[in-house]
Design a protein around this ligand. Structure first.
Ligand code: G3H
Ligand code: 13P
Ligand code: ZN
Length: 332
């Protein structure tokens, strides 16, 4: 049993309390490799933003859970080296799919876990989430639960349509499970293709697809039921069109990729939404930079020469999210 406290990590409790009160949101960035992690830490250290490093099932399969945990421990020391005196860094399990997975992460030093029972019948979701909370809280590890289903793919769970969170269920769920934060469904979804062209309208000026707005009425009803309770938004990439254009210009084939407009995330960040999950945008930033190098310098074969620009581009993206969208800069 390794305590996250010995690794210099923190849980989400204080961080979320301050974010809800302060009207901003904490970035939860997924990481799978060293360049992503470096970019996240450089961006957080430079802006003094609390940050959540999240590890998905795909990341654990790709990079190994133990290695990722040691990388996060290294990230705390790296942040200090960069001049961030008191780094506020959470290591979080994203979309935990079983009690055993959550326990294994808690036992090896994660400071926060998500148990995603959103695809289960309600009572089973309650029972599973409660079991994880009871275990996690013994070690002061915080737990995110989920109610409502996002369209698209949540790791291996896929749903054709989203089912918004039912505001009438949230008090019962939070009370029975004791979870510390709640992921909700209000129209976001995972990946870079969040809406079909048919669901969007065309902006005649830019020629871009404009997605339907998020269900802020559902969010408001949830906040009314659970005043001040930390709310989480998954699937919150904005799919920056300049990155998509660069990818397509240099040989990619990402047609009709569309995300959540930044102004909607800005609005959400000012509410009880205090954790915003971003993964796809980082993948786009990395891919755009790598494609550009490959196209312009076909003789290049030193990975540092294309992963370096990829890292720079991700860092720029993370700083933009922190300062211009979530408002979490200078909060740590
Ligand atoms: O929730 C989905 C995340 O973007 C993680 O995706 O399992 O492919 O790493 P992944
Ligand atoms: P995006 O695919 O929109 O980046 O969402 C990531 C996410 O929710 C991870 O849990
Ligand atoms: Zn997610």
């Amino acid at each position: 049993m390794i305590s996250y406290k010995d690794l210099g990590l923190v849980n989400t409790r204080e961080m979320f309390k301050k974010a809800v009160a302060g009207g901003y949101a904490i970035p939860a960035f997924n990481f799978n490799n060293m360049e992503q992690l470096q970019a996240i830490i450089m961006a957080a250290a430079e802006t003094k933003s609390p940050v959540i490093l999240q590890v998905s099932k795909g990341a654990r399969q790709y990079a190994n859970q133990t290695l990722l945990r040691y990388m996060a421990e290294g990230a705390v020391e790296y942040a200090k080296e960069l001049g961030w005196e008191n780094p506020q860094i959470v290591l979080h399990l994203d979309h935990g799919d079983s009690f055993e997975t959550c326990k294994s992460c808690i036992d090896m030093g994660f400071s926060s876990v998500m148990i995603d029972g959103s695809h289960l019948p309600y009572e089973e979701n309650v029972a599973l989430t409660k079991k994880v909370v009871e275990y996690a809280h013994q070690f002061d590890v915080t737990v995110e639960g989920e109610l409502g289903v996002l369209a698209g793919v949540e790791d291996e769970v896929s749903a054709a349509e989203s089912h918004y969170t039912k505001p009438e269920e949230v008090v019962d769920f939070v009370t029975k499970t004791g979870c510390d934060s709640l992921a909700i469904s209000i129209g976001t979804s995972h990946g870079a293709f969040k809406f079909t062209p048919e669901q969007c309208t065309l902006d005649p000026q830019t020629g871009r697809l404009v997605p339907p707005p998020l269900a802020f009425d559902v969010l408001a009803a949830i906040e009314e039921q659970l005043p001040g309770f930390p709310i989480v938004l998954h699937g919150s990439s904005s799919v920056p069109q300049d990155e998509v254009d660069t990818i397509n210009k240099f040989g990619g084939a990402l047609k009709a990729a569309v995300g959540i407009p930044e102004e909607q995330l800005r609005k959400a960040s000012k509410s009880a939404v205090c954790k915003i999950n971003i993964d796809s945008d980082s993948r786009l930033a990395m891919t755009a930079a790598v494609r550009e190098v490959f196209a312009n310098k076909p003789g290049e074969f030193d990975p540092r020469k294309y992963l370096g620009p990829a890292r720079d581009n991700m860092k720029k993206l993370y700083i933009h999210k922190i300062k211009e969208v979530l408002g979490s800069d200078n909060k740590a």
